[in-house]
Design a protein around this ligand. Structure first.
Ligand SMILES: [Zn+2]
Length: 278
């Protein structure tokens, strides 16, 4: 873990920690854990960090975000929790999200194509150097998934996402479908932004002009991914490949105002690349 709590309750990052100034009493930053941790200085191969010794009380609690590697869903939940703790700290990482490339309607301009080539080269260099800092640009759902399963929840909680010219905390953009649905219908969602929403697919309806992929209908939450006829050729998953699967989907959220009694949320997707299996 890259952050810990001092005896004073102050959050400290491993880069800034100096034993002489901050004292040797350091605790895990997870509010439900607070196990004593030790400082590991940086070396040629690793960045400085904090860890438990595994002896006595220095063991993470079972529900601590550092107890074990987290699944995508658990990681998202912990990041939301930690975001409040991290928010006041000065350090923040900006990750740019640009999903233009997955859109079948998108025609890249020559300049952007060049930039993309350049990004590819830069990306490779970064990989060789160090895997400890999150990438600067993310352009696919697979990379979003990788981000959440490769970095600790404290590092993720310090990420600010830059998307469509707006900056938002990472936990604002990536949500469980029920939370996203509720936020939309209580007008707490910025509808000019696309979101990353995860949930389990329950059933699929294929009509002549439109297909609906529905998340599990629980707690009065009706949430459908919608594919229009124009995009059928880009979406090749069969019903069996979708039903019962936990996925991450990308798109803009829209209230379906067709039914007056039921609140139902729609998210238009255009191809296989708009979903990622978790
Ligand atoms: Zn802990």
């Amino acid at each position: 873990m890259r952050s810990a709590i001092l005896a004073s309750g102050q959050l400290i990052s491993a880069n800034e920690y100096t034993p002489e100034i901050h004292g040797s009493q350091i605790l895990c930053m997870d509010p439900s854990c607070k196990a004593p941790v030790i400082f590991v200085p940086s070396s040629d191969t690793i960045s400085s960090h904090f860890k438990t010794s595994g002896k006595g009380e220095s063991i993470h609690a079972i529900n601590c975000g550092f107890f074990q590697s987290l699944s995508f869903q658990d990681s998202v939940a912990k990041v939301t929790e930690y975001q409040n703790i991290i928010q006041n700290s000065s350090k923040e990482l900006v990750v740019r999200i640009n999903m233009n490339a997955i859109d079948p309607d998108y025609k890249p301009r020559a300049v952007e194509r060049e930039e993309k080539e350049k990004e590819k080269k830069d990306g490779q260099e970064v990989k060789i150097k160090k895997e400890q800092t999150p990438p600067q640009t993310v352009s696919s759902l697979r990379s979003v998934k990788k981000l959440f399963t490769s970095y600790g929840p404290d590092v993720l909680a310090s990420i600010i996402i830059s998307i469509k010219g707006t900056k938002v905390p990472i936990s604002y953009l990536i949500r469980n479908y029920k939370e996203a649905h509720e936020a939309l219908w209580t007008d707490k969602l910025n509808q000019n932004l696309p979101y990353f929403v995860h949930g389990v697919i329950e059933w699929v309806i294929r009509r002549d002009k439109v297909w609906y992929i529905n998340f599990v209908n629980e707690d009065n939450c009706l949430y459908s991914l919608v594919i229009f006829e124009k995009y059928f050729k880009h979406f090749t998953y069969k019903d069996d490949e979708l039903k019962g699967k936990e996925i991450l989907a990308y798109g803009y959220l829209k209230k379906n105002t067709f039914s007056k009694e039921k609140q139902s949320t729609e998210m238009q997707i255009k191809s296989n690349s708009y979903i990622e299996f978790l």
